[in-house]
Design a protein around this ligand. Structure first.
Ligand SMILES: Nc1ncnc2c1ncn2[C@@H]1O[C@H](COP(=O)(O)OP(=O)(O)OP(=O)(O)O)[C@@H](O)[C@H]1O
Length: 366
């Protein structure tokens, strides 16, 4: 099947690169993933490419249209050069983080059907950003909101593991259908990649993949989309923060990371692109002993809250370092759904209420 696909694609000329798309090296056998009738093709766009990405994508779809054995086709364009220039978002006036009332600033191209988007970011990896994003999304849903969770951490997508999802999403009318679990809609590049054949993402490829996951996925109507960003504050994260119409961002940080400067880098990045910072979530704040249940303040206590205030951003809440959170995360049953009445679910719900209050300030005024 791969051979038939590649044979058809090799008749497509690529402007400025090669008269044959396959010989150009932009698509190899490894870039074609087949799962039953679902086919995902990732195209590596080199610097020398002079054509139009949308036209090339269309040409690939046309060539494969009607091919026996393909029910659903998804073409992902990935580029090593700077992403195709999107229209510059309007220059927005800075909005104070705690500005009262509704944010009336124009949004850069809102995504139809999605009322609000909140980014979950961290200054560095391994602080529990994805665990926090998943539990925050589920806690927002438990408040009665329609929630989507987009795992934009395409370097190391963790949603398949954290939510125990191993299916591939369906594709209908050229749109990917997000996978529903525990009452929220989810999408992750991890759903499309083969575990033993990871895609190597280079620089701005990330951005075009993100745009496709935001806009070409059939999210339906959402009150809030939680966007799990890749860790760190590099160019890819910066471009994401600019290109997605974010209502705000939350920064996940451990106590020691707050005391250091990583979390501050995250704050600075969003401030630079005029995205309001909803606040800081302190993860792994106190240590809960798995044997006696006693709490130890290994990194000191209350420091994060003070740090947040010192940095001029709200403190949204703290989540302890607890074996139950790790075990549930790793088993794909986030603590908010596996122990909905437990103290951790409560802590996440409290944070979710803080976030919801910032996402929908008008609801507070009623
Ligand atoms: N509050 C917590 N208590 C105990 N374990 C936690 C807590 N938060 C996260 N973990 C565990 O820490 C590990 C890293 O968490 P996670 O994958 O969410 O981090 P991340 O910041 O998204 O990482 P990366 O940057 O690599 O994507 C996981 O094993 C997770 O279960």
């Amino acid at each position: 099947m791969k051979k038939v696909i590649l044979a058809r694609l090799s008749t497509i000329p690529v402007a400025g690169v090669h008269p044959d798309l396959v010989l150009s090296g932009m698509i190899t056998e490894r870039d074609v993933a087949i799962d039953g009738g679902k086919v995902v093709i990732s195209v590596n766009i080199p610097e020398s490419f002079k054509g139009d990405l949308a036209e090339l994508k269309q040409a690939i779809e046309d060539k494969l249209a009607g091919l026996d054995g393909i029910d659903n086709l998804l073409v992902v364009m990935t580029a090593e050069r700077p992403a195709p220039k999107a229209p510059e978002p309007p220059k927005l006036k800075k909005r104070p983080t705690e500005a009262p009332g509704r944010d009336m600033r124009p949004l850069s191209a809102p995504v139809p059907g999605i009322k609000t988007i909140v980014a979950v970011a961290s200054g560095k990896g391994g602080v529990g950003k994805s665990t926090t994003a998943v539990n925050l999304a589920l806690a927002l849903a438990s408040l009665g909101l329609k929630v989507g969770l987009l795992d934009a951490d395409i370097y190391g997508p963790s949603l398949p593991r954290l939510m125990d999802i191993h299916d591939r999403p369906a594709i209908e009318d050229d749109r990917v259908i997000p996978i529903e679990k525990y009452g929220i809609k989810t999408m992750s590049m991890g759903f499309l990649m083969e575990e033993d054949n990871p895609v190597i993402w280079r620089g701005p490829m990330v951005v075009s993949a993100l745009m496709q996951m935001t806009r070409e996925v059939d999210w339906g109507e959402l009150d809030v989309m939680v966007l799990d960003m890749p860790p760190g504050t590099g160019d890819a994260q910066l471009t994401m923060a600019q290109q997605v119409p974010l209502q705000g961002a939350v920064i996940v940080s451990t106590p020691q990371d707050l005391a250091l400067i990583d979390a501050r880098k995250g704050l600075k990045m969003f401030k630079n692109v005029d995205v309001p910072i909803f606040g800081i979530i302190e993860n792994m704040s106190t240590f809960v002993c798995p044997h006696c249940g006693g709490e130890s303040h290994i990194f000191g206590h209350g420091g994060a809250e003070q740090d947040a205030h010192r940095l001029g951003v709200p403190f949204l809440g703290a989540i302890p370092l607890d074996m139950a959170i790790r075990e549930n995360s790793d088993a794909g049953t986030p603590v908010v759904v596996s122990q909905p009445d437990g103290p951790h679910a409560q802590a996440y719900r409290k944070i979710a209420m803080n976030v919801a209050a910032r996402l929908f300030p008008e609801a507070d005024e009623d």
